[in-house]
Design a protein around this ligand. Sequence first.
Ligand code: IZC
Ligand code: ZN
Length: 420
Amino acid sequence: MKADLVVKNAGQLVTVAGHSKKAKRGRDLGELAIISGGAVAVRDGLITAVGKTGAVMEQIELTGDGRIIDAGGKVVLPGLVDPHTHLVFAGSREDEFEMKIKGSAYLDILAQGGGILSTVRSTRAAGESELAGIGKKYLAEMLSQGTTTAEVKSGYGLTTDDELKQLRAIQALRDGQPVELVATFLGAHAIPEEYKENPEAFVGLIIDEMLPAVSRAGLAECCDVFCEEGVFSVEQSRRILQAAQRRGFKLKLHADEITPLGGAELAAELGALSADHLVAITRQGIEKLAASQTVAVLLPATTFCLMGEKYAPAREMIDAGVAIALAGDFNPGSSPVNSLPVVMGIACRQLKLTPAEALAAVTINAAHAIGRAISVGSIEVGKKADLVIFDAHDYRSIAYRLGTNLVEKVIKSGCLVVGG
Ligand code: IZC
Ligand code: ZN
């Protein structure tokens, strides 16, 4: 069999194989299918063989310009998948960081016209290429820390034109850099100042004007809503998501982050890809998610950055059979964190995930949360050759060495994009 790339001699080749159809749950979450002394063969960007180095090398014939990368006994993982980011925005919110240290609450800052609305003002003032340029820099940071696929939301425009501008900036980001992007329309991210007195009219605008325009432009695959007290109610969220579903969007939901409104139940009821945050999820919400295919995307870096005392009840969810994933929630307000290894480190310490569970949660289960598990999230024949080599001999080091970037090389679709 011909190969144009082989990665060999991985001390631990962490494949996370066997779950491309259904997300990992319960005890199975921590089963990583590790091959010691492993190798991966690649042709035209896709994985063609996986196994012990000796066995893979026997099967393959290297093409003329083919390349062999010796992992030298180090850890090799599937490219990491970040299933929840607000990556494209202008400005930043260091002022609110200091306000929060001194005791201000996230939702109070928003109610006073700051928070998301502050980023909306700076994003409205920025041009499309300026936005893409800022996003590109953040994406390069993510790639250098192992992220090869990411979901990116709009939601800082909040007019039809500004939402389309933000989505076009996400589209423009696809060119000239390797991270694969899944775009999500989040017009229902906040009630803009001009609709403060009439939020229902804004819900109408989203349903009657924004969703059709975004759908026509083909700029987003998913639709999301920030379902929270003082933002969008469960009833408004349901109407927006059902309208999106009728237009063929896949669904996601910011659910039960601060107030237990029943967002988890709504996401499960509508068959959403994911329900995200869930710090305040109820027992009923956990049971509804456990009985559904909806993935619970947990964002512990957000709780950490908001200096919250309570984290999402991850262990209770895992025990109940909920499929969980982890994400960075990268945004200028509640989580300026875009490193998945840092998220894993916080998840182990605060959500009490084992390092193996955290790893499955940023690979195959994260891929399920964005509808990409058929092509990414694990090292298996037929999938995209997205691989990360870490300067470590034990996969647990990645979460353990919190704050140190151990990424040595990144391969996206068979191309060496970091560490060449
Ligand atoms: O800009 O604060 N939670 N949306 C919902 C965010 C955080 C992003 C932001
Ligand atoms: Zn978010």
